[in-house]
Design a protein around this ligand. Sequence first.
Ligand code: ADP
Ligand code: MG
Length: 235
Amino acid sequence: LEQQVIVSEKLSAIGKLAAGLAHEIRNPLTTIMGFVQITRSRPLDPVTTRYLGYVHEELERVNNLVSDFVTMSKPSVPIIKPIEINTFLDSVLRFMEGHAALHDIRFARDYYTAHGEILLADAAQIKQVLINILQNAVEASEPKEIVTLKTRKLSNSLVITVSDNGIGISPENLTKIQNPFFTTKDNGTGLGLSVSYRIINNHNGEITIDSRLGVGTDFNIHLPLTCDNIKECSM
Ligand code: ADP
Ligand code: MG
């Protein structure tokens, strides 16, 4: 309990900081990203174009980090709307493709949901979860490996799986990865998964993990497909 109090104090301090700074960070970031995009589209030597691509990816990363801090500081009730599953997942993969390319990783898809099938969820929040889990999968993988995004239906829920053949997670670390600030990376924040768990819990969903050290990891996101068990569902 004492540890919980310390964690929540830590979080509220971080939260205040995030709330105040997020806006101030985002505005110049958006301007910088705009000018990077414009500059990239001009005739330049290929090396400069490539470097500007890296700059853009890293700015995107900072932007996601700010999103995680903001979510951490003020957990928001999901705004539930119908989402066309496969189209939505494709758009998230497109969004993450640059990050994957930077690590020389390719995405594959393996959808068992039909075109046009609908999920009731908060698209922005689920996107944030997928970005975090895909980013982790990419970072855990060796160059040239493939990260697969799968879907299937299990009775009344949708299961979205992010599968990698990366380093895997030890049983000891598996018990810690949901904790805010737990990271094994030199430049990690340890916020991605704790934010993701929170978002999926707020959707009355669940995250399960299958992982083997040196073999790879599956992150399974279970989400209810019906409205009945979603709080404040407007459908
Ligand atoms: P961060 O990425 O900043 O470290 P996260 O909350 O996203 O924070 O992840 C916490 C930790 O969980 C990571 O540092 C890593 O040790 C572990 N982890 C998460 N996803 C994977 C994965 N796909 N393969 C191996 N380890 C992972
Ligand atoms: Mg992460």
